[in-house]
Design a protein around this ligand. Structure first.
Ligand code: 6PG
Length: 242
């Protein structure tokens, strides 16, 4: 496994660099396989990255866009990861709806998860039991070291055979508790994982994730694919991080 760490003075710098790397990876994937697959995360950190990507002039033809996770709210809800991506990126790049594979937050969690799994299997041409290999998975990390919607102690962190599942996050606010998330088996197969982390509130978590022995059940952000790259700002990059 390779781990790269790229540090920038500001969150904007880390976000722009992470976005540039995504586009370069997608371009290489399209050259090699005509199609490129990307799964992005939500929350607040990626907004700056999406805004930078939106003005890059990149040719999005051939890109299939998915989400790492979604809150079970309507797509119009301020908590929707899809809405944030649409506002910051999708409205600017004209990616056809057929290439945008959102998690249907308006459905019952189990139904949304089943529908998402079926969509992934359709687009990747998978048979039962097969897992997709994304060209790029962009992830975030919470101050508690969660990633995707896999929070410390979540039994689904041990599920390396299924594609996605509904999950209940008791610690979150009311509306953010029910989610659908990609599962570790998929996260671990990404050709390249890019983790974008910024802010002082993430410094302790980032240090532990990068320095402590692998224990994804306790530190979900340690779920790793063969190629990991961290794009972080100075505030998140604690002095003794490596
Ligand atoms: C979500 C995200 C989640 C996110 C972290 C960091 O739906 O919340 O997918 O995994 O990456 O919670 O969130 P911030 O970027 O808001 O700190």
């Amino acid at each position: 496994m390779s781990t790269e760490i790229f540090r920038y003075p500001t969150a904007e710098g880390a976000a722009a660099a992470c976005g540039d790397r995504i586009l370069a990876l997608l371009d290489a994937a399209k050259r090699e396989r005509r199609v490129a697959t990307l799964a992005v995360s939500g929350g607040s950190t990626p907004r700056l990255m999406f805004q930078a990507m939106a003005h890059s002039g990149f040719d999005w033809n051939g890109v299939e866009l998915f989400w790492v996770d979604e809150r079970m709210v309507p797509q119009s809800d301020a908590l929707s990861n899809y809405r944030m991506t649409r506002e910051a990126l999708l409205d600017a790049i004209g990616l056809p709806d057929a290439r945008i594979h959102r998690i249907a937050g308006e459905l019952r969690p189990e139904d949304a998860a089943a529908g998402y799994v079926a969509e992934i299997m359709r687009v990747f041409g998978l048979s039962g039991g097969e897992l997709p290999v994304f060209d790029v998975i962009q992830r975030g990390m919470g101050p508690d070291m969660h990633t995707a919607s896999l929070f410390p102690g979540e039994p689904l962190i041990l599920n390396e055979t299924d594609i996605a599942a509904a999950v209940f996050v008791a610690k979150m606010e009311k509306q953010e508790q029910h989610r659908v998330t990609l599962l570790p088996g998929v996260l671990m197969r990404a050709r390249q994982t890019l983790c974008l982390v910024s802010g002082a509130d993430k410094a302790a978590a980032l240090r532990n994730v990068l320095r402590e022995p692998p224990n994804p059940l306790q530190r979900p952000a340690q779920i790793a694919s063969e190629a990991m790259a961290w794009y972080v700002d100075d505030l998140a990059y604690a002095r003794d991080i490596v």
